[in-house]
Design a protein around this ligand. Structure first.
Ligand code: C5P
Length: 233
């Protein structure tokens, strides 16, 4: 496992629970700054999808770690979003489905899977800078990040946002099932033995429950200008 490179390339580490708006915020902030985007959740979703497709049991830690080590995944930046490919096939939409999200949450609790994905995540750290979206960006992967943000919102609001996001994509879900699932996933993320979701001591907490996306983006950009005066936006 390589260590972060001492902060030569700036990183904004944005962590928080599912449905807090990290994906949208990170995408917009990265676009405004012209920085690279890492959607670390997509990596765990890709491992989950690979496991479901290959019939690897979600309790088979060694098998899942082997999948994570050999994951044939590529991220291709597009005009609106980064496209994820697995084995050369575009799976950007497929990995957003709830069964894949559930599988991702299971595989993400396995220490050997997390270790297998560390270097792959750190390889995204390139000039002019990186906006990293996840659960352990500030606490594990980019510990030397000079700007760590913990983005959160109330559980009801997060379930509502996830519901709308899936509906907009034409994915059929029930709000109550989604809420239950979100509580389960939050618990698994917070209670797992390795890289649990937590607020780092040096993180700035942003509760977005009553904020618009534009206001959240403006706040993050203001903080990034303060911490990285060279960042243009
Ligand atoms: O953010 P997203 O919902 O796409 O992440 C899918 C799952 O991957 C999460 O439920 C979480 O369990 C896991 N994850 C993680 N560490 C990260 C990013 C995601 O454990 N850095």
């Amino acid at each position: 496992m390589t260590e972060p490179d001492g902060g030569a390339v700036p990183v904004i580490a944005i962590d928080g629970p599912g449905g807090a708006g990290k994906g949208t915020i990170c995408r917009r902030v990265a676009a405004r700054l012209g920085w690279i985007l890492l959607d670390s959740g997509a990596l765990y979703r890709l491992v989950g999808l690979d496991a479901l497709r290959k019939g690897v049991d979600l309790g088979d830690e060694q098998g899942l770690a082997a999948l994570a080590r050999s994951l044939d995944a590529v991220f291709v930046p597009g005009p609106d979003e980064v496209h994820a490919q697995l084995g050369g096939v575009d799976v950007t939409e497929v990995i957003r489905a709830e069964p894949v999200g559930r599988a991702a949450s299971r595989v993400a609790a396995i220490p050997a899977v997390r270790v297998a994905l560390i270097d792959r995540q750190r390889a995204f750290r390139r000039l002019p800078g990186l906006v990293a979206d996840g659960r352990d960006m500030g606490s594990v992967v980019f510990t030397d990040s000079a700007l760590k943000i913990y983005l959160t919102a109330s559980a009801e609001e997060r379930a509502r946002r996830r519901y709308k996001q899936l509906k907009d994509k034409g994915i059929d879900v029930s709000l109550s099932a989604l809420s239950r699932d979100m509580v389960d996933r939050d618990r698994r993320d917070a209670e797992r033995s390795v890289a649990p979701l937590k607020v780092c001591d040096d993180a700035r907490v942003l509760d977005t429950t009553a904020m618009t996306i534009d206001t959240v983006v403006a706040t993050v950009l203001e903080w990034s200008r303060e911490v990285f005066p060279q960042a243009g936006a």
